[in-house]
Design a protein around this ligand. Structure first.
Ligand SMILES: *[C@@H]1O[C@H](CO)[C@@H](O)[C@H](O)[C@H]1NC(C)=O
Ligand SMILES: *[C@@H]1O[C@H](CO)[C@@H](O)[C@H](O)[C@H]1NC(C)=O
Ligand SMILES: *[C@@H]1O[C@H](CO)[C@@H](O)[C@H](O)[C@H]1NC(C)=O
Ligand SMILES: *[C@@H]1O[C@H](CO)[C@@H](O)[C@H](O)[C@H]1NC(C)=O
Ligand SMILES: *[C@@H]1O[C@H](CO)[C@@H](O)[C@H](O)[C@H]1NC(C)=O
Ligand SMILES: *[C@@H]1O[C@H](CO)[C@@H](O)[C@H](O)[C@H]1NC(C)=O
Ligand SMILES: CC(=O)N[C@H]1CO[C@H](CO)[C@@H](O)[C@@H]1O
Ligand SMILES: [Cu+2]
Length: 579
């Protein structure tokens, strides 16, 4: 082509792009959402995520292993009849990356080293985010900041995925507390269920929504083997979250805040009506007429689930969060808050029907929000094969008992108050713990090896799942506040529970802790208008040995609300362990 033709050509291409751009922008602005009632449920098979071993066996002896796990931008199909969605996904390679990410299987006592690599191209985030909340912004203004936290893990602060230890593609840009490309997960703790997910300052909600989460299991074969629980193909992880989609398949998040003049994008809670299990909307799974173990991780940003079976079948709980229960607990249904994990055995030989639906009836926001609808009330369908079969797995009478320490051994009592602030139009603008922003110096400074009592006071209208890094806790008591408004008035002036005479107000009804949640936990749903008393242990629960690392190092740990939209703005505080 002659030069003038080339430039004409360019002009035409630019024009075409311009028209396309206007068109794309227009359709974006319209936010045409998929009408989910038109999507047929139970058409996709439940995927099993790829498994990555966090150890290697050399001459019959397990040894520690170093893994590289990347974060990639790719397309993911959430439903047979939905166009492919752009996601951020974890995986060993781009082609094997999945949403949720691969399940990492570690062995008790064997370290897994992981170099998390950000391979997400330095362009615009696939979801709207909000620069007016405390947010990681690369100095080059390029790249998508990410950092990985292993939820439930007991390891040194430098491997904890601090919100300010974020990094962009190829580690080009790094947050202020970034220190090392490789994390060491020691796996010295009790066997159980963990999950890894993004934890970037101000971007956690959007990075998880984009797909950055996955399951992590620590096994201790000597201790778990004799229990005889269902294993291998009968032991499945179910990672559950909710999403909304545009008609072009893209993941939808509202780009207009509830207080747009203060925060252009931030909203207090994200909900989508499509319930996604292991990356598929309302999948189905064909099961044999026998026992299965399901490790269920609630990876929703804000949705609570209250699970039950439509045919009345029950669940037997064997674990909760990252630890086994002392004894199995039967239930007909249970409430799972964001980021809570439950570990249940389901016996399909008890089913009188040839299929059953795992359903949900939790209002959203929980507990005072909208009732569930046709879409978000269904989770997964199990198709149950013919006759019962010989099932050698069992549910033993005793599981693994980790005694709770004496209340009298607690070395400190703390009060943690949850506050929500609203604008003059009465819409939430942000939430704080103890009326302090994240940047304020640490006020919770437990000594390693000790146990403390924390009284968590919810002065907001929502149920907040509180998550503590490093420590595990036992819930002792939940007592409603009386004369809540009077107490709240005092707290909003003084921010001091003792000065406000909490003992005078913590006199209402007591709520029993559900039996399946009486063990060691790392997340608990803090009832609104109540004081929840927990006993937090900054030591292992399965042994009296002290931590095999220095927990007092930089950049320390955090504790926060696990409704991600709250955590990002800024229901999170530093947790500094001292020696
Ligand atoms: C979604 O589709 C259903 C069934 O076709 C219809 O009844 C409903 O009105 C639609 N909802 C919206 C918001 O368009
Ligand atoms: C980075 O972490 C690895 C694995 O824990 C460790 O071996 C190495 O010494 C660390 N490097 C620095 C500079 O701290
Ligand atoms: C997005 O949020 C704004 C402000 O809260 C609201 O007015 C609007 O209806 C929302 N859009 C959708 C599609 O829900
Ligand atoms: C998942 O967690 C969210 C947020 O806490 C909660 O609203 C929802 O009920 C939980 N779902 C299940 C199934 O537990
Ligand atoms: C305690 O519970 C009872 C029964 O649900 C209820 O009637 C009563 O109002 C509650 N008391 C307070 C102080 O909330
Ligand atoms: C830890 O020490 C206490 C008190 O000496 C003892 O009762 C308990 O059995 C020990 N726990 C373990 C797991 O060794
Ligand atoms: C639903 C509910 O009980 N919400 C309460 C949460 O706590 C605040 C303050 O304590 C009360 O005002 C709410 O009614
Ligand atoms: Cu919260």
């Amino acid at each position: 082509m002659r030069p003038e033709m080339v430039s004409m050509h360019r002009i035409l291409i630019s024009l075409a792009l311009l028209v396309l751009g206007v068109f794309l922008n227009a359709s974006w602005a319209e936010d045409k959402l998929v009408n989910l009632t038109r999507l047929q449920m139970f058409v996709d098979e439940l995927p099993d995520m790829p498994k990555i071993q966090g150890f290697e066996v050399v001459n019959g002896i397990p040894k520690s292993k170093s893994l590289n796990i990347g974060m990639y931008m790719k397309k993911w199909k959430f439903h047979r009849d939905l166009p492919r969605s752009t996601v951020y996904a974890y995986g060993a390679t781009q082609s094997t990356a999945t949403v949720p990410g691969p399940t990492i299987e570690a062995l008790h006592g064997i370290s897994t080293f992981i170099t998390w690599q950000n391979n997400i191209p330095s362009n615009k985030h696939i979801l709207p985010w909000d620069p007016t909340i405390p947010t990681a912004v690369p100095s080059t203004k390029k790249g998508i900041p990410t950092v990985v936290h292993l939820h439930g893990g007991i390891h040194e602060p430098a491997s904890d995925g601090n919100a300010n230890s974020w990094f962009t593609e190829g580690f080009q840009d790094r947050g202020p507390t970034w220190s090392n490309k490789t994390y060491q997960y020691r796996n010295q703790q009790q066997p159980g269920n963990l999950w890894y997910h993004d934890h970037t300052m101000g971007l956690t909600r959007v990075n998880l929504l984009a797909g950055l989460l996955g399951a992590y299991i620590i096994r201790h074969l000597d201790v778990e083997g004799p229990l005889g629980l269902p294993h291998s193909e009968f032991d499945r992880s179910l990672v559950i979250f909710d999403r909304a989609f545009r008609t072009d398949g893209s993941i939808y998040m509202n780009s207009t805040g509830n207080n747009p003049s203060i925060h252009p994008q931030w909203q207090p809670e994200y909900f989508g009506d499509a319930i996604i299990v292991n990356g598929k909307a309302w999948p189905k799974l064909t099961v044999r007429r026998r026992k299965y173990r399901f490790r269920i991780i609630n990876a929703s940003n804000a949705r609570f689930f209250r699970f039950f079976f439509t045919n009345g079948m029950g669940f037997t709980h064997v674990g909760s969060d990252s630890a086994y229960l002392g004894k199995p607990v039967g239930s007909k249904g249970f409430l799972l808050g964001p980021s809570e994990i439950t570990d249940v055995v389901v016996d399909f030989s008890e089913s009188e029907t040839d299929h059953v639906i795992l359903a949900n009836d939790a209002a959203y926001p929980y507990p005072s929000g909208d009732p569930v609808n046709e879409e978000n009330s269904k989770v997964i369908k199990f198709l149950i094969l013919g006759h019962p079969e010989v099932d050698t797995s069992r549910i033993p009478e005793r599981l693994i008992h980790y005694p709770a320490p004496d209340l009298s051994s607690a070395s400190q009592t703390r009060y943690i108050a949850m506050y929500e602030y609203t604008s003059d139009i009465g819409e939430p603008t942000h939430l704080y713990l103890n009326a302090k922003p994240y940047e304020a110096p640490a006020t919770e400074t437990p000594k390693a090896g000790t146990t403390e009592v924390w009284n968590v006071i919810n002065l907001t209208e929502d149920n907040h799942p509180l998550h503590i890094h490093l420590g595990l806790f036992v819930v002792l008591d939940q007592t409603d506040l009386v004369k809540v408004e009077e107490f709240k008035d005092c707290m909003s002036k003084e921010n001091n529970a003792i000065k406000c005479q909490i003992s005078k107000y913590a006199r209402g009804n007591r709520t029993e802790v559900p039996a399946q949640e009486k063990g060691w936990k790392n997340v608990f749903k803090m009832r609104p208008g109540a004081v929840t008393k927990i006993l937090v242990r900054f030591a292992y629960i399965h042994s009296n040995a002290s931590y095999q690392f220095d927990p007092s190092g930089e950049p320390g740990y955090v504790y926060h609300c696990h409704i991600l939209d709250h955590e990002d703005n800024a229901m999170m505080r530093p947790l500094k362990i001292i020696r």
